[in-house]
Design a protein around this ligand. Structure first.
Ligand SMILES: [Zn+2]
Length: 233
């Protein structure tokens, strides 16, 4: 069996990335939200080696990793190339989006740069949940372009009904300092530590012995690789 067939995504400790990436991702830094509350930025990231991996990695049946890491021009230059980095909590976001998609009854399209945005993104003046990989900006659901107050409020309500953990911003919000013509939903400041990583208190670069782990393949992916067809696919 090839290496790729048995290993999932690589999880890295961002303290051990190079100087430039550490300066962009700011692992462990405290940032304030608009209400002045402080939040600690994520430390563990998926390292996405190339575009093919981003396209092939299904976080859930309808959401690929690629959709969460498309950068716009306000993002740091380094974040436009591969490897790309995204906080591990993006998996949880995808799960909620999958439920939102089912409730909405149509496909959910995440905007360019509407998933993860690094703390160095030019829009990131205060702690935005996009920096945790737990927020999505959605401009289109099915064939509906979300630009009217009515359509945004309708889908905001559907998103809120998915779970009390889902937070949406009202029509006309300026928190993201963007146009007010989209659905923003987020899960708050979740950080996720995959079971495969070994945590420690050494929040300084360990450049000679970088800390990382490979996620084990999820059961669903293993079953697919073994040719067992899932009933619901
Ligand atoms: Zn947003």
């Amino acid at each position: 069996m090839s290496r790729d067939a048995v290993q999932g995504l690589k999880v890295v400790d961002a303290f051990d990335l190079d100087d430039e990436l550490r300066a962009i991702l700011k692992p462990g830094d405290m940032v304030r939200d608009d209400a002045g509350r402080r939040h600690r930025l994520p430390r563990y990231f998926y390292e996405v080696p190339d575009h093919d991996t981003a396209m092939e990695t299904q976080l859930t049946p309808h959401f690929r990793l690629n959709e969460f890491i498309v950068a716009d021009l306000k993002e740091a230059q380094r974040m436009h190339g591969y490897p790309k980095y995204v906080p591990c909590a993006v998996r949880v976001l995808a799960m909620f989006l999958e439920q939102f998609r089912a409730a909405a009854g149509a496909s959910v399209h995440i905007a360019v740069n509407g998933g993860y945005r690094s703390p160095s993104h030019k829009m990131g003046v205060s702690a935005s949940t996009h920096m945790w990989g737990t927020a999505a900006d959605i401009y289109r659901i099915g064939s509906t372009i979300l630009k009217s107050k009515e359509s945004i409020e309708k889908y905001n309500e559907i998103a809120e009904d998915v779970s009390d953990d889902v937070h949406v911003l009202p029509y006309g919000h300026v928190t993201d300092k963007t146009a007010d013509d989209h659905v923003h939903l987020d899960l708050g400041y979740i950080t996720l530590i995959p079971r495969e990583i070994s945590e420690d208190r050494m929040e300084q670069p360990q450049e000679n012995k970088p800390r990382f782990a490979f996620e084990e393949r999820r059961k669903r992916e293993r079953r697919a690789a073994e040719g067992v067809v899932d009933g619901d696919q």
